[in-house]
Each structure stands twice: as structure tokens, then as C-alpha cells.
Ligand binder design. Structure first.
Ligand code: BEZ
Length: 390
């Protein structure tokens, strides 16, 4: 990275050798503190691995400027402003929380800077608030939960109690599940949304679920909240009578070993599991283990695929914000999770969803894939895609 190397040598880039026109500045905007800090670090690890893996396919060099969103929308807004106006980033990569993505949408769209979403599933960002500058390399909240509603109904589950944190992602993930579960004949017998980043004791909510008459509980929790929820669910002795289901963020390989035996038997669905049996996934898992000594998670894949997409865009000759935004919308490649393409109607990914059970394996907990559900495009959800302006 020419500028980074010059900076490390203490040379002001403007006084040293001219910066090559094909340098691209990436603003990496992730939580490095707060409840999703581990997710941000994992995305960064995947992103760096992707740049190392695919970077040789182009002469372009990448300078990374990293900023911590702290999972706080106002903080993220200030950091995005700095990256766009002061650092003059050519492209932003990141954002974990749906709340943060919603706060950034107008600034990114107004500035005309491409944002590769490396996690946040906010449905609106590829729905009514879609933008030609916002392209996902992750998932949408509805997309990872809708298939599970129909699948659970097919397994004979009739009554469900749902739980999730009280913010955009919690409502959208549960909404996607409930729509398809009820359409398939299921009944939701109770719902609770727990204060986001504030709930430490899930006891009162678990007591409600137990008393609800449900056959099963369906939840969305991620990061630190997923660890404490799964442990408390088990220590309340609920698992045997009331099986626990959810989106796969609940039992992510990133923290499933911190949940330990409490996670065994939980069935979840997601767009990635490290046990997917394919050549591209085996190569990715091998490279990730070599780098970190452990299995990758979905968050690592988002970072890795974001780097891959950026390099694919750059290979078309894109060098500035407008050309990068246009090229990013057209990338397609075979990645660790399967064949990926961007839906031109929404800029969300079209990708398969995997249902898996967390089971004990030789080296700790692992993901036993029960079903691969067909790749689905999101409904347009009010998206009217504007053209990229120069
Ligand atoms: C979200 O806020 O969109 C989100 C956060 C963590 C995991 C998945 C989704």
C-alpha cells in the first residue's frame, strides 16, 4: 500500500513520489467497541484476507482508513463524515448494525460515495431507501429469516414465541420469519422485544415464553447478547421442552464455543456455515485457519466477499466513486457461500440459505447442515433505483 508505506516511513505523501492514480482509499467503518466489537474485528480480518487473496489480480493498491462506529448511530455518522469529506475515501466498507446503516443512508447517497455493506441487514437499505451507492455483500434481515418460517412449519411446528432486541434488525428479522411462518399456517402465540444493548437478565422473557403454550421459540440475537441469551436459555432448563430456533447469528462460529454445550441442538438458518461442502469454501476455510488458527464465521465471509467484490469492480477499470458504484452493482462470483450476484433491482445479494444444527464435533461445536434452501431474491420492497450521477 503505497501511501501507507510512505506514511510508515514518515514521509508526507504529497512531498514524496507522486501517488499513483490507481490508488484507492477505503474507509473501513466498523464497530471495534460495544456489543458488536467482535463482529467488526472479524469482518476486518476477512476483508484483509480477501485483499491478500485477490489483490494480486490488479495493480491497484488500497489504503485503508479504519474508524470505530461503537454501534452508535450518531458516532457512526460523525466518522462517516470524516471518511467522506476529510479522508476523501473512494469507497466505504462496513457497518454492522441496521440502526447505523439507517443513520448513514442519506449521507452516503447524497455524497455519492459507494458503500459495500459488510453486515447490517436493514431491509430498507435495499428496499424503500435503496441507493445505487449502497451494495450489499452480506444479507438482508428478511432474506435470512423468511425461509425458516416455511421450513419450521413443514417440520410440524405449529405455535412459536419470538424474541429479539428492540431495534430495526430485531423487528425486521422477526417480521420476515413471522410472515412466512403464518403464511404456512403457523401461529405466533407471543412476542417480546428486549432493550437493545441493555438486557442482561433474560429471565422474565424466558418465563413468558415458557408460559405461552408455544411448541418452540424463535429468536434473533447476535454478539454478546447471543452468548448470554443461549447460556441463560439452557440454565433455565428450557431446551428440552421448548426447542430453540433462530437466525444463525445466534450460534455463530465466532462465539459458539463461548456458549459451549448450551448451544448444542439449536437449529438456525443463515447464508453461510463453515461446513458448506464446496471447493471455494474449503479454500477460504483453509486460508482463514492458517491466518487465525480457528474456523471462520459469516462475518469473516462478509469481509472477504466485500474485498473480492471491490477487486472485481476495480478490475473493470473503475477508479472513482461513481465508476466504483456502477461496477460494484454488476459483480458476480463464486464465493465461500456459493454463487453470488447482485440483484440490479435492489442491490441486495441473491444467495442460498442453509438450515443447520449446532452439534458437538471432534474439535468443538460444529454446524451440521440440514437443508439448503433455494437462492432467493428479496421482494423489491418499494425500491426505486436511481441512476449513479457523476
Ligand atoms: C444488524 O443490526 O443488522 C445485525 C447485527 C448483527 C448481526 C446481524 C444483523
Amino acid at each position: 500500500m503505497k501511501r501507507s508505506i510512505l506514511a510508515a516511513l514518515g514521509l508526507a505523501t504529497s512531498l514524496a513520489v507522486p501517488v499513483a492514480a490507481e490508488d484507492i482509499k477505503v474507509g473501513l467503518l466498523l464497530p471495534f467497541s460495544g456489543v458488536y466489537a467482535a463482529l467488526g474485528t472479524e469482518i476486518e480480518t476477512g476483508f484483509n484476507l480477501g485483499l491478500a487473496q485477490y489483490g494480486a489480480e490488479t495493480d491497484v493498491t488500497f489504503e485503508i482508513v479504519r474508524e470505530d462506529t461503537e454501534v452508535k448511530p450518531p458516532v457512526a455518522l460523525g466518522k462517516a463524515k470524516k471518511l467522506i469529506l476529510q479522508d476523501k475515501a473512494d469507497v466505504l466498507v462496513g457497518v454492522v448494525s441496521s440502526g447505523v446503516l439507517s443513520a448513514l443512508r442519506d449521507m452516503v447517497h447524497g455524497a455519492g460515495v459507494p458503500l459495500i455493506v459488510a453486515n447490517a441487514g436493514n431491509d430498507e437499505a435495499t428496499g424503500a431507501a435503496c441507493s445505487p451507492y449502497i451494495t450489499r455483500m452480506s444479507f438482508s434481515n428478511g432474506q435470512v429469516n423468511r425461509p425458516m418460517g416455511a421450513w419450521m412449519a413443514q417440520q410440524g411446528i405449529k405455535k412459536v414465541f419470538t424474541l429479539a432486541p428492540d431495534y430495526a434488525a430485531g423487528h425486521q428479522m422477526i417480521g420476515g420469519f413471522v410472515d412466512s411462518f403464518t403464511a404456512a399456517g403457523g401461529e405466533v402465540v407471543g412476542q417480546e422485544f428486549t432493550p437493545f444493548q441493555k438486557t442482561q437478565d433474560f429471565g422474565p422473557y424466558l418465563a413468558q415464553a415458557k408460559a405461552s403454550g408455544a411448541d418452540a421459540v424463535y429468536v434473533f440475537y447476535a454478539g454478546g447478547e447471543a452468548i448470554s441469551f443461549v447460556k441463560q436459555y439452557d440454565s433455565f432448563g428450557m431446551k428440552a421442552d421448548l426447542p430453540l430456533y433462530g437466525s444463525g447469528f445466534l450460534t455463530s462460529p465466532l462465539y459458539v464455543n463461548a456458549q459451549g454445550e448450551a448451544a448444542e441442538g439449536i437449529i438456525t438458518a443463515l447464508h453461510y456455515a463453515p461446513t458448506i461442502d464446496s471447493g471455494p469454501n474449503a479454500a477460504f476455510v483453509g486460508a482463514f485457519i492458517e491466518e487465525t488458527g480457528r474456523m471462520p464465521s459469516e462475518f469473516a465471509v462478509h469481509g472477504y466477499d466485500a474485498a473480492h467484490a471491490l477487486i472485481e469492480a476495480v478490475k473493470t477499470g473503475a477508479t472513482d466513486r461513481a465508476t466504483l458504484a456502477t461496477a460494484l452493482r454488476q459483480v458476480r462470483f463464486e464465493g465461500p457461500r456459493g454463487a453470488l450476484s447482485v440483484d440490479p433491482a435492489t442491490n441486495n445479494l441473491i444467495q442460498p440459505i442453509y438450515v443447520y444444527e449446532t452439534v458437538a464435533g471432534e474439535g468443538g461445536l460444529t454446524q451440521k447442515i440440514l437443508a439448503q434452501l433455494p437462492a432467493e431474491a428479496d421482494p423489491i420492497n418499494g425500491c426505486e433505483m436511481a441512476p449513479v450521477s457523476n
